[in-house]
Design a protein around this ligand. Sequence first.
Ligand code: MTE
Length: 316
Amino acid sequence: MIPIRKKIWELPNINPTSEKDYLSRRTVLAGTSALIGASLLPSKKAHADLHPLKAQTNPNYASLDRELTAESEAISYNNFYEFGSHKSIAPAAQALATEPWKITIDGLVSSPLELDIDDILGRVSLEERLYRLRCVETWAMAVPWIGFPFKKLLDIAQPLQSAKYIVMETDIQKDVMSGLSQSWYPWPYKEGLSIQEADNDLAFLVVGLYGKKLPPQNGSPIRLAVPWKYGFKSVKSIKKFTFVDSIQPTFWTAVAGNEYGFWANVNPDVPHRRWSQSSEKMIGTGERFDTQIFNGYGDAVASLYQGQLNNPKYFF
Ligand code: MTE
């Protein structure tokens, strides 16, 4: 985002072998055929990144065209502006308070709700999905997320017919989020999806990664993953879902709406105003790939934007 302070080739390469450990565990997990529900292991401790979380891999999302990013990279190279506008926010983010975690669901719904995250997790089955993540800054990762389809939250929220979009809002914790002192940013961090997008099978609400509970720096206890869009859409540490009838300003459209749009669908042929989007560099390995339209997920989502594929408004 703005500004990119550090180039990825300046980053230290930290213990890339842990991915292998992860992969062997995942092979065991994927050994049974049916998807079954998963459980959060009980823990009342503050978030540490070693809390295991079991979930069967959804066979539809069990492989990618590239190797998984090393876990050590995915949990140490992060964007979470509430903790600073640089990539090394993980140490500061450990102070994020995530228990208890109440989630508000309001706006155009049949009746507003305030639910503890455990109430929500009690009503859904967790699954693992391997997704690509493409940041608008041109770096990329491949991450095994654990979570549940966004459409399950729609079932809980019961939006009214008049609801067309969802606004998602990150928590505000002034005592630990030093980034909030940057008063030129329009806190809280907000993002939005159309209801049709949220209802698409790819839209995923994430509570874990690499077989563990989501660590704070990746947006614990619950974040979004919409892999066909630039990473800034995948809002972290969500406290509130508000159903509305029109597109609302988001954090990034308010900061620079001519550079970071509402739709933000990945497209190699629509450059950012200041750089090309034609290729991407994997964090950790530095391997470069040609960027694909909808980040390679066109079969699943292109129908959401029928007749609009030549309209750049949907692609920045
Ligand atoms: N959510 C919040 N609340 N604050 C942020 O700064 N950054 C976004 C997104 N979600 C951000 C956020 C951006 S720009 C990206 S690329 C992804 O989180 C990065 O997710 P990761 O750190 O898990 O890779």
